[in-house]
Design a binder for this molecule. Structure first.
Ligand SMILES: [Zn+2]
Length: 279
């Protein structure tokens, strides 16, 4: 309630959802006013309790993540309410809207703050100047039990990849993360339907992803540039780029780079072509 995820009017309704998940039929009010609330600890204790009560069959990291996302999904408002809120902020200014949505994506634990904190970041010298190096540790390492279970899980024709619109609210399975706490902001670019979201593994601050409403392979063509410009017109405080259109990228997406790239105009006039070295 402090994080404004739960409206006081929904309190009893939400308690009853949790009773159902834990196969309980009663609840006694507890005084937790003096306790420091740490989401990571609460979710850990609840997931331990679920394992002890045999509500989940295994306590591997994948099963635990599927379960604690279900818990967070209960207190995550419906997409229409979040889109409404986003649009209200957007009318004030686009920056207020993305600020709200970034905070929201962390408060719902869709972006797991406590894991992102473990990421390693430093600057290193290179022949091209200082480069930022980051090692992302927020994607959980799967244990062998979870890998074996994922192998046996059937592939879904409904939900083709982690960038499909159908992820919103999805309960997940051993080979696909749960997304009950995930919300997508619909946007229009080049007259087509796109989704705006943050990366759950935020490789850097406000790492946002804009993805096609259809599951179509990555392609860089003239339209890709129209889409990039359509986006920055709507969100002038963000800069957007595209990965290479290599065949392994099965779903078109664009993303905000680590730093807004600013190239002075006179340099652009001097250099007709630029070559980027990928390491
Ligand atoms: Zn897809």
């Amino acid at each position: 309630m402090q994080k404004k995820l739960i409206d006081p009017a929904d309190r009893i309704y939400i308690i009853n959802q949790y009773l159902d998940i834990f196969h309980l039929d009663e609840y006694q009010e507890q005084d937790v006013s003096t306790e420091k609330i740490v989401l990571e600890h609460i979710l850990k204790n609840l997931t331990d309790a679920a394992y002890e009560r045999k509500i989940i069959e295994s306590d591997d990291i994948v099963t635990r993540d599927l379960f604690d996302t279900k818990l967070m999904g209960v207190m995550t408002a419906r997409p229409s309410q979040i889109i409404d809120k986003f649009q209200k902020y957007y009318k004030e200014n686009p920056e207020a809207a993305t600020e709200f949505f970034y905070e929201f994506s962390q408060d719902t634990n869709y972006i797991r703050r406590y894991r992102v904190k473990k990421d390693m970041k430093w600057k290193a010298d290179s022949p091209y100047g200082k480069i930022d190096i980051t090692i992302n540790l927020s994607k959980p390492e799967k244990d062998p039990k979870a890998i074996a279970a994922a192998k046996n899980a059937k592939q879904s024709a409904y939900l083709k990849c982690q960038l499909c619109m159908e992820n919103e609210g999805y309960a997940g399975r051993m080979n696909h993360p749960a997304r009950q706490n995930h919300r997508i902001i619909p946007i229009t670019m080049n007259d087509s339907r796109w989704g705006f979201q943050y990366s759950p593994y935020v490789y850097y601050n406000e790492h946002c992803i804009v993805f096609n409403g259809e599951h179509t392979p990555m392609k860089i063509d003239r339209n890709a540039f129209i889409k990039l410009f359509d986006f920055v017109k709507q969100f002038p405080h963000y800069f957007l780029g595209s990965n290479a259109d290599i065949p392994m990228r099965k779903h078109i997406f664009l993303q905000k780079p680590m730093e807004n790239l600013i190239i002075p105009l006179h340099q652009l006039q001097e250099k007709r072509g630029m070559c980027m070295s990928w390491i």
